[in-house]
Design a protein around this ligand. Sequence first.
Ligand SMILES: NC(=O)C1=CN([C@@H]2O[C@H](COP(=O)(O)OP(=O)(O)OC[C@H]3O[C@@H](n4cnc5c(N)ncnc54)[C@H](O)[C@@H]3O)[C@@H](O)[C@H]2O)[C@H](O)CC1
Ligand SMILES: [K+]
Length: 496
Amino acid sequence: MQATLAAYLAASIPLYRAEQVRRLDRYAIDTLGIAGLALMQRAGAAAFGALRERWPEVRSLCVLCGAGNNGGDGYVVARLARQAGFRVSVYALAAPERLKGDALSAYRLYRDDGGVAASALPERFEPDTVLVDGLLGTGLDRPVEGAYAQAIAAINESGRPVLALDIPSGLCADSGAPLGRAVRAQLTVTFIALKRGLYSGSAADYCGAVQLAGLDLPAGINAVIPAGAALLGELPSLPARRRCVHKGSHGHVLLIGGDRGYSGAARMAAEAAARVGAGLVSVATRAAHAAVLNLGRPELMVHGVESAEQLMPLLAKASVVAIGPGLGQTVWAKALFDAAVASGLPLVADADALNLLAAGRRRCDHWVLTPHPGEAARLLGKTGVEIQADRYGAVAALQSVYGGVALLKGAGTLIQGEQGPAYVSRAGNPGMASGGMGDVLTGVIAGLMAQGLAPLAAAAYGAALHGSAGDLAAEMGERGLLAADLLPRLRELLNR
Ligand SMILES: NC(=O)C1=CN([C@@H]2O[C@H](COP(=O)(O)OP(=O)(O)OC[C@H]3O[C@@H](n4cnc5c(N)ncnc54)[C@H](O)[C@@H]3O)[C@@H](O)[C@H]2O)[C@H](O)CC1
Ligand SMILES: [K+]
């Protein structure tokens, strides 16, 4: 299992910052000797090809071009579409004659072919037209306002399908946050390398489907610049278990949580740990909950624990601790949290355990912290808006302040270990924004660690497994998706 997951992480796809992509661009031009205009023409051709594949009946384009090379890509698309007999209208947000370099060359080729560019947007875009967003790409360096903001609003209010060139205009290539406002596209064709802003934060609301156009550059070009982030791929199949194993072979998870009124959180986390294959799962919860929890899931060993010393014998038998689901922040909760951390066992901390941690910052090398943006804000002394505006920065800060592995939940879950890139899981859907989903994730990660996975592999694969289980369970619809719906899906995915 370890080798399979090590290969899974190694096979993740590099995600770059804008500045790194510009360096890749320069490398292609300066070292590989590919002219910038040739790159631009390959970009435009790739985008136009993707457009025709996605909207095969459409024969009318409206291309919006900005002041930089993203606009240049737009002029290449406009010229190719005219040559293919499309009805093409181009709106230049910047006077074309003031373009520079390759963008100016691309415009002149379009103009010399008989193309024209209007400077003012139409009252409304023609029907049966696809809009091509060539306003801003990786050169976005400030919040969108003025004419660009109006153009983006017009695009978003048009009701027309949109193809974004390289990145939806207004979306920050580094953080995935809109700077002011951003184009909402159905398809984004991005060039040379994936930008990390296409996969986290609110990116999914703006990018639509993302297609990478490598522009016929050598595949190894990604190795030229080490990327700081990496996109997790499809879940790998896990190797079959050896025949001669017994329940002690797959670890023992101790789940601590479930204060009064919250026993369900502890139950779901514990069951998730069992469903991903932990050999034994014990639960330490309020004494009042023990019997009912046990009845609900007899495979769990449930103990009423009202003090730290009552927890000690359970810690002595556990190989991994998961603490937080329904824990609360009472004196009882804090005593159990302190004892769990002091045990030195590998640990997954979620929910109220994170709030207790935020109160008294500690570091630990063998834990996995799984905050949602609000908990991350408390852990870092920031606001939730600040966390979402720079998720990659936030997950790196969590890891450096608290140690171990930091997992920042939300669209495009991020997983950051002591070394290596921030892994990004794109699995999951809005139906998972419901109570208990985090409890299941806690159990999944603890259950994988109990089977010998290192915290980073357990967190990264666990996040992808959890999100994929949510995607399977959402096949009946995202609304009304419940955390417990994921439990059977975990087993289904693990045995594929
Ligand atoms: N790297 C590649 O793989 C390829 C990239 N190509 C395309 O080139 C753009 C990047 O081009 P660049 O000229 O650097 O930047 P932009 O076109 O995004 O525009 C920058 C331009 O816009 C101004 N600007 C920045 N922010 C704003 C704002 N908020 N409002 C108004 N204006 C703004 C800035 O001052 C510049 O003047 C990349 O995305 C690809 O599309 C190649 O063509 C193909 C390979
Ligand atoms: K764009």
